[in-house]
Write a protein that binds this ligand. Sequence first.
Ligand SMILES: NC(=O)C1=CN([C@@H]2O[C@H](COP(=O)(O)OP(=O)(O)OC[C@H]3O[C@@H](n4cnc5c(N)ncnc54)[C@H](O)[C@@H]3O)[C@@H](O)[C@H]2O)[C@@H](O)CC1
Ligand SMILES: Nc1ncnc2c1ncn2[C@@H]1O[C@H](COP(=O)(O)OP(=O)(O)O)[C@@H](O)[C@H]1O
Ligand SMILES: [K+]
Length: 448
Amino acid sequence: MARPILTADQMRAAEAAAIQAGIAETTLMERAGAGMAQAIRFYAGPRETLILCGPGNNGGDGYVAARHLAKHGYTVRVAALDEPRTEASRWARSQWDGPVERFAEAAAAPIVVDCLFGTGLSRGLEASVAERLSRLVDDALVAVACDLPSGVSTDGGASLSPIASYDLTVTFGALKPAHRLMPAMAKMGRVVLANIGVEADGKWFEIGRLEIPPLDPQGHKYSRGLVHCLAGQMPGAIALAASAAARSGAGYVRVSTSLPITNLPSSVVQTGGADLQDERIGCILVGPGLGDTPQVLTLALTAPRPIVIDADAIGLVGDPERLHGHDTILTPHEGEFIKLFGDLSGSKADRALEAARRSQSVIVYKGPDTLVASPDGRLGFAPPAPAWLASAGTGDVLAGMIAAMRARGLDPFEAACAAVWVHGRAAEAAGPGMIADDLVAAIPSALS
Ligand SMILES: NC(=O)C1=CN([C@@H]2O[C@H](COP(=O)(O)OP(=O)(O)OC[C@H]3O[C@@H](n4cnc5c(N)ncnc54)[C@H](O)[C@@H]3O)[C@@H](O)[C@H]2O)[C@@H](O)CC1
Ligand SMILES: Nc1ncnc2c1ncn2[C@@H]1O[C@H](COP(=O)(O)OP(=O)(O)O)[C@@H](O)[C@H]1O
Ligand SMILES: [K+]
């Protein structure tokens, strides 16, 4: 199931709505701290625990977790950076009846819990605080972040001050963008979402397991989706994409190519001409291995069919407005993104949405933190995918998978999300030594 992702402001609004509806703020904090204590017991086991508390509600969660862990027999030490400054955190501090050390003097412990700052962080930590925190985190056997590692910008995922690597991050109510954006995402370890009874809803979410409609028992190859691929100067890339489309459940995949392509499955039809007016075409794919042949992109854009524009073809678009009125999915990596849209400002999420708006297309903004953005404001964040996806040809595979999902009848945004999800799971199944060809072979198992 897709899990909502809320910005810091949206989370504050969701919490305010819960409080308005009658849940006390201290109840939310009690649930957050108890949830964190439970996750620590589950993932870290019983060891001496040092809880580092800041002045805000993130620190408040820490005092609550300290009480719960002590109740379960943990040896707990609490160290405060500052006195609690919010009403709820003062309440949480008052419920903790153990001693409180000074952060600057706290000695290391096997479990360290960072409750210095969360969604309220507005600037980087002071250098001395960041350094000391990093040392305690590095020295711990298990390092836990409350909501977010202190120093991470909630909405953009940037490090506002240096961040160490954590083993576990426990967040509350909803994921935040930083949990799925680099560089923050790589520092968080396992991310656990604790339910605190706050309603989270919106247009941003983590892409979840795809729900593809069941096959029509009376279907035939054309009704299952026809993908038409346009080959270019490097046929290996389109061969990967076409194979991936065929493995992703398209009923029929064909490639128009001027030269025979040797390494295509026999089930993929090769044709000399390209009748792109064929109404049976569910999706055209252009770009993998295309080279510098803008006329092929122009040909594709004359056809009134859904189209996936990948790789070389992205750079040939020229002006994003050229895509208005077309049913387009664009799949840029960082370099291709900048080539087409320039150096947009804001977080990766902001840039993806701005690109979708400018091009009136679905944007699959690839990388270790892939995003799928729709012109209507929907934004899907990919769940973490294995780093071994970073190898030649895996993007071609993804483009073919998206074209197949689109040809199968999913709307452009849903098709892109479904393919991104399966792509990551296929990579997990294929394992660390995989090459793009192995990724194609792993698609069927990831689909089921
Ligand atoms: N509001 C609520 O109802 C709930 C909030 N929860 C927790 O509350 C956290 C947010 O709490 P707050 O809004 O109090 O904010 P934080 O505890 O993240 O930060 C506290 C305050 O520190 C100051 N500050 C920001 N950056 C600083 C820096 N670099 N150096 C020094 N001071 C700095 C700011 O004034 C900020 O408001 C969440 O991350 C979550 O852990 C949970 O308890 C669930 C319920
Ligand atoms: N470090 C990483 N971790 C996980 N996935 C990654 C990483 N780097 C790249 N990817 C994914 O691998 C694919 C690479 O695509 P692309 O850059 O177009 O490569 P190519 O052009 O060689 O096919 C994309 O789906 C991207 O999201
Ligand atoms: K924190």
